[in-house]
Design a protein around this ligand. Structure first.
Ligand code: NAD
Ligand code: TYD
Length: 352
């Protein structure tokens, strides 16, 4: 095998797209997917590649240093693509410490394993850390986040991701560990856990349930098709320079309420409902605490230096996403049975 790559968080939303891309595109790379299978991790996401000869799954927790050490010894990884994280802002408001543990301690544990196991052989190695635009804080009406924007995280999620980014850079400057970081905007697409806005709204519209919009729906996010994020990770992994940061974004800003109206239109069409039926489900609810107003990424460095740009227009990607959720009812049922109901009630019961 030409490379032995540890992918953490490969059973989650973005991780499963990254694993699928690498396993199918690079048969001469061995891909080891390490995931502790939290509520967000789901091996069904990888059912189509699980039997490929260059794919292996290891159930493990990134904060468990002994197990991580044993897996580095077993596989002799030469590169890491680190996606495992607690990833949902609302959950971070409910339970901040689990975000500190996984995102900060977990990243530190992996960096330390690399430092120890790669000692004196740093050159061909890479630790590629997948991060978020939320570390930069909240924008006003104007401006974009660049790679030079000062960090200003404001939720327990974004501050724990910022902490992990700082640790990654500290290992570069202190030990010379060859790291790369990318910070991406909001992803959408198939296999996203229905606690995030788009799949949650699709599910509720399908079931004719209220679609909760926080505040007045004025908040703005930049949305990127998840497969385009996976393509960007592929490009940065192979061509990115060590020690560098790359912003990844869709050049695609939407106010939440405008996005939800577009989604409602698509859903009416797909479900053969009269135009306007789904929009009647829109329900304005109590705002998220500390809700960041606007995120917007300037991804020109990635385009200029490595030639990447998004491939799918938002309307097309959203329609494909809706199709996937409507065609994969069993997936949706399986992930929303069990503890999902408890989370949903706790998160939304007093808001409507
Ligand atoms: P996700 O919540 O769908 O998946 C996270 C995965 O990590 C799950 O499979 C989960 O089981 C695993 N995991 C969690 N804690 C773990 C632990 N302690 N040990 C091992 N595995 C663990 O998240 P996602 O949306 O796919 O995001 C992946 C990464 O990309 C995260 O680092 C996130 O911060 C970043 N990111 C996400 C977005 C987005 O829009 N979703 C945007 C930018 C960056
Ligand atoms: P989300 O998908 O949780 O991503 P993030 O908070 O990381 O941007 O939320 C996207 C936007 O949608 C954000 O402004 C919060 C808002 N939102 C709602 O209005 N209603 C909801 O039920 C959820 C989950 C999010």
């Amino acid at each position: 095998m030409r490379k032995v790559i540890l992918v953490t968080g490969g059973a989650g939303f973005i991780g499963s797209h990254v694993v699928r891309l690498f396993v199918t595109k690079y048969p001469d790379y061995r891909i080891v997917n390490l995931d502790s299978l939290t509520y967000a991790g789901n091996l069904e996401n990888l059912a189509d590649v699980k039997d490929m000869p260059n794919y292996t799954f290891e159930k493990a927790d990134i904060t468990d240093d002994k197990t991580i050490d044993a897996l580095f010894a077993k596989y002799q990884f030469d590169t890491v693509i680190h996606l495992a994280a607690e990833s949902h802002v609302d959950r971070s408001i409910m339970d901040p410490l689990s975000f500190v543990k996984t995102n900060v301690l977990g990243t530190g544990t992996l960096l330390n394993a690399c430092r120890i196991h790669w000692k004196d052989h740093f050159d061909e190695k890479r630790f590629y850390h997948i991060s978020t635009d939320e570390v930069y804080g909240s924008l006003g009406k104007e401006g974009l986040f660049t790679e030079e924007t000062r960090y200003d995280p404001r939720s327990p999620y974004s501050s724990s991701k910022a902490g992990s980014d700082h640790l990654v850079r500290a290992y570069f400057h202190t030990y010379g560990l060859p790291v790369i970081i990318s910070n991406c905007s909001n992803n959408y697409g198939s296999h996203q856990f229905p606690e995030k806005l788009i799949p949650l709204a699709i599910r509720n519209i399908k079931n004719s349930k209220p679609v909760p919009v926080y505040g007045k729906g004025e908040n703005i996010r930049d949305w990127l098709w998840v497969n385009d994020h996976a393509r960007a990770i592929d490009v940065i992994f192979h061509q990115g320079k060590k020690g560098e940061t790359y912003n990844i974004g869709g050049f695609n800003e939407w106010k939440n309420i405008a996005l939800i109206y577009l989604l409602c239109e698509i859903m009416d069409k797909k479900l053969n409902r009269e135009k306007g039926t789904s929009a009647e489900l829109i329900t304005f609810v109590k705002d998220r605490a500390g809700h960041d107003l606007r995120y917007a990424i300037d991804a020109t460095k990635l385009n200029r230096e490595l030639g990447w740009k998004p491939s799918v227009q938002f309307e097309e990607g959203l329609e494909k996403t809706v199709d996937w959720y409507l065609e994969n009812e069993t997936w949706l049922e399986n992930v929303t049975s069990g503890t999902y109901q408890q989370y949903y009630e706790k998160q939304y019961e007093k808001r409507v």
